[in-house]
Structures are given as structure tokens and as C-alpha cells.
Design a binder for this molecule. Structure first.
Ligand code: AMP
Length: 189
């Protein structure tokens, strides 16, 4: 199966859940810039201090900050065998930066899996997650902003990866197992 992957999709679509499944299936790390930024906020690092306000409002953290975080992670030895990018890249500039990083590392992205779910269903999922996890950016205003940001800045990346010939679009509706099976089908090399 392919091992250098990017999961793309709107907030709440289930990228994180599916990434965790793929970690045990493929034995490669999940690289979630959202998780790394939340850890930086919790630890009170410079990156965390810079990122916090943007995250709480549901806006994107500046490209330069996120690109540096992602590059450092991709350079870790455990990412040599592969990786599951989850939530990065989110802008055209980040996508170009990722290309440059992977060229430097002598690796290429093999698949971009897009998960799609109807927007109303997503908002419902995010509200539920807000109750369960208490994420500070799962409030109504931040949820709306994150959806808008996704449509405007991140959705155009679908065409970018389609142009590369590595795009697979999948229905993200269904149980975790059902969606996982669809993804596995798309990763058969
Ligand atoms: P996530 O957990 O992927 O939904 O990310 C949570 C928040 O972290 C986002 O709403 C952004 O504020 C920030 N973030 C995560 N990844 C990125 C990225 N690639 N570019 C910019 N901001 C990001």
C-alpha cells in the first residue's frame, strides 16, 4: 500500500480519526499540524503564543509558522518510511512549500485523499465534538469561520492535486469502518 499520503477535507470530516486508523494499518506517523499547534499552545512555546489567537478564532495560523512546524516534523527519522499528512497543507503557499520540502528530502507524495461530507452534517459533528472534547475552536463563530476558510483557501488544493494525478475523492459519510475501507481501497498501489 502507498505510504506517503495527504488527507484533505473540511473541518469535522473525520480526517483525524481516519489518520489514526492509518497509523496502525501502515506503520507510519500521522502529521497533524493542528495537534502540533495545540501542543505548542499547551506548552506555552513561542509558536504556541503566536498561533493561539488565530486558532481560537478559527483562522489559519500564518503560513511561515505552519510550514516550519511541518518541515521539522517531516525531517524526523520516523517519517522516512512514510507519513499521513492531516490538516497540512491548507493553502496554495503551503502546498508549494510541501513540494519543495519533499523534493529536498527526495520523496514524493503518492496520494491525496479527499473526504467529502455535506456541510450541515459537518456542523453537527463539530457541535458534538465541542461538547465531548471542549476544543476552544469548536464554538459557533469559530466553526463558521473554519468552514469559510476551508472553502476559500483549502478547497482549491483539490484541483492542485488532481492536476498531479494523485487525487482520490471519497464519500466521507458512514461508519468509521466503512470510510476506512474506502480509503484502504484507494491506497492499493
Ligand atoms: P485542525 O485540528 O487541523 O482542525 O486545526 C486546528 C487549527 O489549527 C486550525 O483552525 C488553524 O487555526 C490551525 N492550523 C492547523 N493546521 C494549519 C495549517 N496547515 N495552516 C494554518 N493553520 C493551521
Amino acid at each position: 500500500m502507498l505510504r506517503r499520503l495527504l488527507l484533505l477535507g473540511a473541518p469535522g470530516v473525520g480526517k483525524g480519526t481516519q489518520a489514526v486508523r492509518l497509523v496502525s494499518r501502515l506503520g507510519v506517523p500521522q502529521i497533524s499540524t493542528g495537534d502540533m499547534l495545540r501542543a505548542a499552545v499547551a506548552a506555552g512555546t513561542d509558536v504556541g503564543r503566536e498561533a493561539r489567537g488565530y486558532m481560537d478564532r478559527g483562522e489559519l495560523v500564518p503560513d511561515a509558522v505552519v510550514i516550519a512546524v511541518a518541515e521539522a516534523r517531516l525531517r524526523q527519522p520516523d517519517a522516512e518510511r512514510g507519513f499521513i499528512l492531516d490538516g497540512f497543507p491548507r493553502t496554495a503557499e503551503q502546498a508549494r512549500a510541501l513540494d519543495a520540502i519533499l523534493v529536498k528530502l527526495g520523496r514524493a507524495l503518492e496520494r491525496c485523499v479527499v473526504l467529502s461530507v455535506d456541510e450541515q452534517a459537518l456542523v453537527e459533528r463539530l457541535r458534538k465534538r465541542a461538547e465531548l472534547e471542549g476544543r476552544s475552536d469548536d464554538n459557533e463563530a469559530a466553526i463558521r469561520t473554519r468552514m469559510q476558510v476551508y472553502r476559500k483557501q483549502t478547497e482549491p488544493l483539490i484541483d492542485y492535486y488532481r492536476g498531479r494525478g494523485i487525487l482520490v475523492e471519497l464519500d466521507g459519510v458512514g461508519s468509521v469502518d466503512e470510510v476506512a475501507a474506502r480509503i484502504e481501497g484507494a491506497l492499493a498501489a
